[in-house]
Design a protein around this ligand. Structure first.
Ligand code: MD6
Ligand code: FE
Length: 223
């Protein structure tokens, strides 16, 4: 299949895959958590609560384009984009109120996966929630609005699978395709912290809990 020809990992069954020095894929990590405080049902209930109390919105890029991915945040800081630029805010611009607090299950998932990938003591202060409808994509970008690039990023995929594009330090570097399925977590830092990456248009599919959508949780230490 053409789509996966650059995917080093699609045919492998390993639970834990090193993508590059500093970046690791933990497959189906969410489903494997069975603690009272961290398990799939608690995580999805906590996510639903956030989405019910904070609206997903399509933000405007500094260049004036409407992003196709719908976003909200939880945690002390939230990532926002508008004509003035990209930044982190303590208040949700659509309400003027603080973002919803980060649920304990989210914190537990972020620090457990970071530790598993070799990043001890990761305590995120920001969780960006991205919702992809069918055909929605995210173009190649770097995550560079955070203050301390020694801190990793934890990215959790839920719902319909997506193809993640993982490039290099330059926008023109070749990208590899990585299949991200429900419950997969990428921990990303070290030498790859500023690598370009994106998501190809979401294919029509269905997931029991998410319908036609994919939801991505991106945990960061922004401040
Ligand atoms: C997404 N993810 O998976 C978009 N950024 O929906 C990201 O932009 C991302 O997954 C930095 C590190 C990991 C990521
Ligand atoms: Fe990103």
């Amino acid at each position: 299949m053409d789509l996966f020809e650059n995917d080093l990992f699609a045919s492998q069954d390993e639970q834990q895959v090193s993508i590059a020095d500093g970046a690791m894929l933990l497959r189906h990590f969410v489903q494997q958590q069975k603690n009272a405080s961290l398990n799939e049902a608690v995580l999805l209930a906590d996510l639903n609560y956030i989405l019910e109390n904070s609206s997903l919105r399509q933000m405007i890029t500094p260049g004036g384009f409407t992003m196709s991915v719908a976003m909200t945040n939880c945690g002390a800081l939230g990532w926002v984009s508008d004509r003035k630029g990209y930044r982190y805010t303590t208040l949700d611009p659509s309400t003027g109120l603080p973002w919803q607090p980060m649920p304990a299950s989210f914190l537990a998932l972020a620090s457990a996966t970071a530790a598993q990938a070799g990043y001890a003591d990761f305590v995120p202060d920001a969780c960006l929630i991205n919702q992809y409808q069918p055909a929605t994509r995210m173009s190649l970008h770097q995550d560079k609005d955070e203050q301390d690039f020694s801190q990793p990023i934890v990215s959790v995929s839920l719902g319909v699978p997506a193809i993640f594009l993982f490039g290099g330090a330059k926008r023109t570097d070749v990208t590899r395709k990585i299949l991200l399925q429900h419950g997969d977590v990428i921990v990303w830092g070290g030498k790859t912290r500023l690598n370009y990456h994106g998501v190809t248009p979401l294919k029509a599919d269905s997931h029991a809990a998410f319908g036609a959508c994919r939801v991505n949780l991106t945990f960061r230490k922004a401040a």
